[in-house]
Design a protein around this ligand. Structure first.
Ligand SMILES: Nc1ncnc2c1ncn2[C@@H]1O[C@H](COP(=O)(O)OP(=O)(O)OP(=O)(O)O)[C@@H](O)[C@H]1O
Length: 234
């Protein structure tokens, strides 16, 4: 289980995460929703040990072990992977190269290139294509595929649906469902309420760095009004 308790993070003097607490249980998909600039990316960067922002108060624990203060590679070594916003791929590396450069020396079983290619047949067809030859949807798939190569138990995904066509968003929802079936826990940052509700077990809403609402997704699917109030969407 991931437990974030009363986390406070700052860019210089700008207090952007203001006492956020949330949990992600084993095998659970949790969506973190919020409008632009509310602190979603800052929160997951803080979990991953990436600075800035700087964590000044509170804690992040994974399976009871405190992560706060660890370096991001040490956190990745605990089987926590990040799919960053904007995908961060290498334009000149092929799909296969992106996957093989990451393979953890520690991972003896779990995700292999072949198993990842099975999950993403489109990437299999394009294994020799370079990062800059892929469509937006293919890049997003590759970003998720690459994260799997560390054999994660938890994936932090920062707005994976951003900029994707509706058909690709649906495809991504299917991928997230399959990762959940495979036993992974996912903390999914989203702006798209309906996409979040399609895949999440629970949702949190963040507003100016504070968690202002928590709910079971099943309770919201037919009645998302309470969230619309927070998110200003229709
Ligand atoms: N590198 C930075 N330096 C200073 N302030 C920053 C930096 N990055 C983000 N901020 C500020 O921190 C606040 C939270 O930003 P953050 O990116 O975490 O929000 P977000 O909810 O992820 O938004 P978005 O959906 O636009 O990515 C915003 O006010 C933003 O302007």
């Amino acid at each position: 289980m991931l437990e974030i308790r009363d986390l406070h993070s700052f860019y210089g003097e700008a207090h952007v995460v203001q006492g956020a607490s949330l949990t992600v249980r084993d095998g659970e998909v949790v969506a973190l929703l919020g409008r632009n600039g509310m602190g979603k990316t800052s929160l997951i960067r803080s979990v991953m040990g990436l600075s800035a922002p700087q964590v000044r108060q509170g804690s992040v624990a994974w399976k009871g072990e405190v992560l706060t203060g660890m370096k991001s590679h040490e956190i990745a070594g605990r089987k926590i992977a990040l799919v960053p916003q904007g995908r961060r791929l290498f334009p000149s590396l092929t799909v296969t190269e992106h996957l093989t450069m990451i393979k953890s020396a520690r991972a003896r079983n779990g995700w292999t290139v072949d198993r990842v290619m099975e999950l993403f047949p489109r990437l299999a067809e394009r294994r020799q294509h370079r990062g800059n030859q892929l469509s937006g949807g293919e890049r997003q798939m590759l970003a998720v595929a690459r994260a799997l190569m560390i054999d994660p138990e938890l994936i932090l995904m920062d707005e994976p649906s951003e900029g994707l066509a509706p058909v690709m968003v649906q495809h991504l929802e299917g991928i997230i469902a399959r990762l959940k079936e495979a036993g992974l826990a996912i903390l999914l940052v989203e702006q798209n309420l309906y996409s979040a509700l399609a895949v999440a077990d629970r949702v949190y809403v963040i507003e100016t760095g504070k968690i202002v609402h928590e709910a079971d997704a099943s309770a919201l699917v037919d009645n998302p009004q309470s969230l619309i109030r927070f998110l200003g969407v229709h």
